[in-house]
Design a protein around this ligand. Structure first.
Ligand SMILES: NC(=O)NCCC[C@H](N)C(=O)O
Length: 415
């Protein structure tokens, strides 16, 4: 991209106030060399349930991006944005320093890595940040730490979950919230989003709602149910303190968001339900696709702006009813994952609930979730089916793999 292209000012400003407003711009990450680092020895700690066939995962991801472009959605890619941001010496310094803070290394290895990073151009540095640095790739490695490392160890750990751009940041209103991730394998992903939003001209001037190193919160837990109404799952990835912090920031920052209600929704601390968006996503202004075994029993704590600068808390109350009330609806339509419990359990595991809305009643979903997709169509939702046999091994679907940057404000979208 040319400098001229980078600095174009006719681009719409980042803005997202719902899950279903017409999607204009989205940030994805096409899986790359970082996925080739996955082995049976490390896939568990790197949060993948299998070893994906990388070329096929890339084809599947390209089909996802193409489906979005075919609906006039602009697709931005993390590695390109990061490489463009890293042409600024300030961004380069910031990201190098964050890598060099690794306390496992000691001074000698830190100096060697610093020398290695200095030699990389912006594109290679961006690639290294995402795909990591294997022991053998550090040609100048010396010192005790380096010598005692196993040949299969990484000097810089790869970030295969960069694929799931949903989790390391969230746009709410016109502000970004760079999240603080819970799992060690994903911590550095928010360094990447933070660097992009701070240094890339495309995001210049957009306010930031959220600082770094706060209480754990991941974007997969954050559902923008309607303008002013946010649900936050609390479980394996987002702590109660993380939800409370987000609510406080939203209530305090009237410029960035008009949030009046945050619903904190405890979910079971299990792999299958790691984020709220694994059990429930929105597919219309008044409809969600949800895993009945969990969604029907979810409760919510209602947070509203308190008088003393601390959120006021009430509840718990049944989540779906509380959501409808806060959204000004009589009720929220619930479209179930599959019909029988076993199919529902299988399709929930394979991200049947994890849809990405392009507009009200127009959702992207994995083709493999045949029953859930049929339920959606019966309920009047148009389903854009994409393949996901390899992508799914990381346990994430179309919503997890996308970070909306611009959606039409809901009030001006066609309903
Ligand atoms: N929002 C989401 O549910 N994201 C999926 C994240 C999957 C990733 N392998 C993880 O365990 O964090």
């Amino acid at each position: 991209m040319s400098d001229h292209e980078l600095l174009r000012t006719d681009r719409p400003r980042p803005y997202v106030d719902s899950e279903v407003g017409r999607l204009r711009t989205v940030m994805l990450h096409r899986p790359g060399p970082e996925l080739r680092r996955l082995t049976p020895r490390n896939n568990g700690s790197l949060l993948f349930d299998g070893i994906p066939w990388v070329a096929r995962a890339q084809e599947e991801h390209d089909a996802f991006a193409e489906a979005l472009r075919a609906h006039d959605v602009e697709v931005l890619y993390v590695d390109q944005l990061l490489a463009e941001a890293l042409t600024d010496p300030g961004a380069r310094k910031e990201i190098s320093e964050s890598l060099l803070g690794d306390r496992r290394w000691g001074d000698t290895l830190r100096r060697r890595v610093a020398e290695h990073l200095q030699e990389l151009d912006a594109e290679s540095l961006a690639a290294t940040v995402i795909s990591g640095l294997a022991h053998e790739e550090l040609r100048n490695g010396t010192g005790l730490t380096y010598q005692l490392m196993n040949e299969y160890d990484f000097v810089v750990e790869p970030l295969p979950n960069t694929l799931f751009t949903r989790d390391s940041s969230v746009w709410i209103g016109g502000a970004s919230a760079v999240t603080s991730m819970a799992m060690p394998a994903r911590l550095r992903e928010s360094t990447i989003t933070g660097t992009i939003y701070r240094w890339h001209p495309r995001f210049a001037g957009s306010p930031s709602l959220y600082g770094r190193d706060l209480e754990p919160l991941e974007g997969g837990d954050v559902l923008l149910l309607a303008p002013g109404v946010v649900a936050v799952g609390v479980g394996e990835r987002t702590t109660p303190a993380g939800a409370e912090r987000l609510a406080n920031r939203l209530f305090a920052d009237g410029r960035a968001s008009t949030t009046h209600t945050v619903l904190a929704v405890p979910i079971a601390q299990q792999r299958a339900t790691m984020h709220l968006d694994t059990v429930c996503t929105m597919v219309d202004l008044d409809a969600v696709v949800a895993y009945p075994a969990v969604a029907d029993t979810l409760m919510a704590y209602r947070l509203t702006a308190g008088t003393d600068g601390e959120p006021a808390v009430s509840g718990p109350v049944p989540f779906l009813a509380a959501a409808a009330e806060a959204m000004g609806l009589e009720r929220l339509r619930v479209i179930p994952t599959g019909l029988d419990p076993v199919t529902a359990e299988r399709e929930q595991w394979d991200d049947g609930n994890n849809t990405l809305c392009i507009a009200p009643r127009l959702a992207v979903a994995y083709e493999r979730n045949v029953e859930t997709n049929a339920q959606l169509e019966d309920a009047g939702i148009e389903v854009i089916r994409i393949p996901g046999s390899e992508l799914g091994s990381g346990r994430g679907g179309p919503r997890c793999m996308s970070c909306p940057i611009v959606r039409d404000p809901l009030r001006t979208s066609e309903g």
